[in-house]
Design a protein around this ligand. Structure first.
Ligand SMILES: [Zn+2]
Ligand SMILES: [Zn+2]
Length: 317
């Protein structure tokens, strides 16, 4: 009885979430009334890149994987920037993402397209009330910072502040309220919605379309188009192979804009210690120390077992 009640409540919440989510998509159509100019399209492009960097360099490579370091003030600014994307708190995001890496494409994976289908892995899981909470056990390292816990709890604050600031500044500068609305709709709302779907493609399409350089235990793939769209996150097979790297494009030709921005920030001292993938990881070979151990002659050569069957198949590269 109790369980059925909770289930019904879940369905109601799922529908409310879906209605709100789709309703926000409709705000894009308000551009019919505000108009779209070259300046608002430029604002959209700038907002898209800067905020997407908040997702990739912030939520993902810093908070979820800790692939580089920064000071506490900078950490708070990065959390704020990431959260202007309306993808909930940094602790929530990092916790769910760590869970994804731990259970990639297994039954417990929250957003595996292999197990749960395209739409659920793309956005259904975000609207599902079962995944609304933050599992603090997954993010103990981040929960040490009270300012991050506070921000995680007030996750809409960065979103609303950016939305209102965009509207207010454009109105104040131009003296025309319609310019304020155009900046809010095209600059803020468009980049929010497009940014959502770009981020979601990592969970849905990056486990379906592309090539696999490394035999990881999941279905992750490398995809240039998704990498361009998501500032480097499309090198998803590289990333699942070695998630501790600040760089997802392992080879020079694998365009990874997030890494280029992080590298620039490290040169001016705002971030530091960008972790690199070791050579054996990039080459997909065995760690040199293990290789040395394997090739080292044993002190007592093992006697060949005459009963042991020899594998006649030649070794492949
Ligand atoms: Zn993945
Ligand atoms: Zn990851």
């Amino acid at each position: 009885m109790q369980e059925a009640h909770i289930e019904n409540q879940d369905i109601v919440w799922k529908r409310i979430n879906l209605a709100l989510f789709l309703g926000l998509h409709l705000t894009m159509l308000l551009a019919i009334f505000t108009g779209v100019s070259a300046w608002s399209l430029a604002l959209f492009a700038i907002f898209y890149v800067v905020r997407m960097f908040g997702v990739t360099g912030g939520y993902h490579r810093y908070f979820a994987h800790r692939t580089y370091k920064m000071g506490r003030v900078m950490q708070f600014i990065m959390a704020w920037l990431a959260m202007t994307n309306a993808q909930k708190g940094v602790l929530w995001w990092a916790g769910h993402h760590r869970h994804h890496h731990k259970h990639s494409d297994q039954e417990d994976d929250v957003h595996s397209p292999l197990r749960k289908g395209f739409w659920y892995s793309h956005m259904g899981w975000i609207l599902d009330p079962r995944w609304e909470g933050t599992d603090m056990n997954m993010v103990k390292d981040l929960a040490k910072y009270p300012e991050l816990v506070w921000l995680n709890r007030h996750n809409l604050l960065p979103v609303f502040s950016l939305g209102f600031a965009t509207f207010g500044v454009a109105w104040a500068v131009s003296g025309d309220i319609m310019v304020g609305w155009e900046a809010a709709i095209v600059g803020f709302f468009w980049s929010t919605i497009v940014g959502w779907h770009s981020t979601f493609t990592i969970n849905s399409l990056s486990h379906v379309f592309g090539t696999r350089r490394y035999e990881t235990t999941d279905t992750s793939r490398n995809n240039l188009l998704i990498a361009l769209l998501t500032l480097g996150e499309g090198w998803h097979n590289n990333h699942h192979h070695y998630a501790a790297s600040a760089r997802n494009g392992f080879r020079w030709y694998e365009i990874d804009i997030t890494y280029y921005i992080l590298w620039t920030l490290s040169k001016v001292g705002l971030v530091r210690d960008l972790r690199q993938p070791p050579r054996h990881v990039v080459e997909g070979t065995v760690h040199p120390r293990i290789q040395a151990l394997q090739s080292a002659p044993t002190s007592e050569p093992e006697e060949e077992d005459p009963l042991e069957e020899h594998d006649a198949t030649p070794a492949t590269a």
